[in-house]
Design a protein around this ligand. Structure first.
Ligand code: ADP
Length: 305
């Protein structure tokens, strides 16, 4: 069974901005499916359409076999939605927010407490604090509790870890794995490519178009280049000089280092590359082969399309 089915979905804002172009994908029941891509890709637009808060310009989308346009009311009862922007009531306390959301969905906290207990336990010491006064990670945990308190069949999480510290981010993903074990389907978006590996399948999205859909492992195995990392003093001046390097390759800054992918047998091209570095007087500390990350795959797919 499919929890989400989207076919040729288009969204144009104000007759001007094409936010989605022919987007099609499905999410199977029980999956954790990730929408991964940079800002402005169209992720929030997809979430808002699936949550029935925004009408598509054309195309079809169904959630739990209900149409997002015709069955909006039913869909709202069946899903939990955590929007990208802070969605709680900042002046209500932690506990009051949870009670409010439970009441709105006509469910009782005690019925679904086991589902949220591991997260709720961490919030209990702060239950009388106003939600607006929580840290970023804690706010997201409370928002997740509120989205889960009616035990939805599908959870929509739009960038739940943006702006959250790395430790809380990792913890958040552990929580999602637990939620999946309870049989809840999860659609989650993230701009952090490293988080993509925590999903069963991902769709890489850019400028409103899906570039690739597969498991993270398959995407990484399909990488075509021979990837190296090189430590240089000034990444950007080296990139300028590399424009003269006359072999098929792809290079970009990656943290403090430079990643370079070659598209010919590395035995040959590496020799040429090292001679080029010497000729150009480019000093480097280390040049080593590495396994591509999802981010490297994303860059390859975008640049070689
Ligand atoms: P993401 O969530 O991946 O950052 P969005 O769905 O928010 O992407 O945005 C996709 C595109 O649509 C962007 O170019 C954005 O500027 C535009 N957009 C989003 N919401 C609106 C809106 N309400 N009116 C006009 N343009 C919008």
């Amino acid at each position: 069974m499919k929890a989400i089915e989207i076919e040729n979905l288009n969204k144009i804002y104000n007759n001007r901005v094409q936010a989605l172009s022919d987007v099609s994908f499905y999410v199977s029941e029980g999956e954790v499916f990730g929408l991964v891509g940079p800002d402005g890709g169209g992720k929030s637009t997809i979430f808002n359409i699936l949550a029935t808060l925004l009408l598509p310009t054309s195309g079809q989308a169904s959630v739990l076999s209900r149409d997002v346009v015709n069955d909006a009311k039913i869909i709202r009862q069946l899903i939990g939605y955590l929007p990208g922007v802070f969605s709680l009531y900042p002046d209500l306390t932690v506990e009051e927010n949870l009670i409010f959301f439970a009441t709105m969905y006509k469910s009782r906290i005690k019925d679904n407490l086991p589902l949220i207990r591991p997260i709720w336990k961490q919030l209990v010491p702060f239950k009388d604090r106003r939600a607006g006064k929580l840290s970023g990670g804690m706010k997201q945990k409370l928002a997740l509790c509120c989205a889960l308190i009616h035990k939805p069949a599908l959870l929509l999480l739009d960038e739940p870890t943006t702006g959250v510290d790395p430790v809380s981010r990792a913890e958040f993903w552990d929580i999602l794995t637990n939620i999946q074990k309870q049989g809840i389907t999860v659609l989650v978006s993230t701009p952090y490519m490293d988080e993509a590996t925590r999903c069963d399948r991902i769709a890489l999205i850019q400028e409103g178009k899906i570039i690739k859909i597969d498991t993270p492992t398959n995407i990484m195995e399909a990488y075509r280049g021979f990837l190296y990392t090189i430590k240089v003093e000034n990444v950007f001046s080296v990139m300028e000089k590399l424009k003269e390097f006359d072999f098929p390759c792809n290079y970009y800054p990656y943290g403090q280092e430079l990643h370079i992918a070659f598209y010919e047998a590395p035995e040959i091209v590496l020799q040429k590359f090292c001679s080029f570095l010497r000729e150009q007087n480019i000093k480097f500390e280390e040049l080593s082969p590495i396994q591509p990350t999802i981010e490297d795959c994303f860059i390859e797919l975008v640049k070689l399309k």
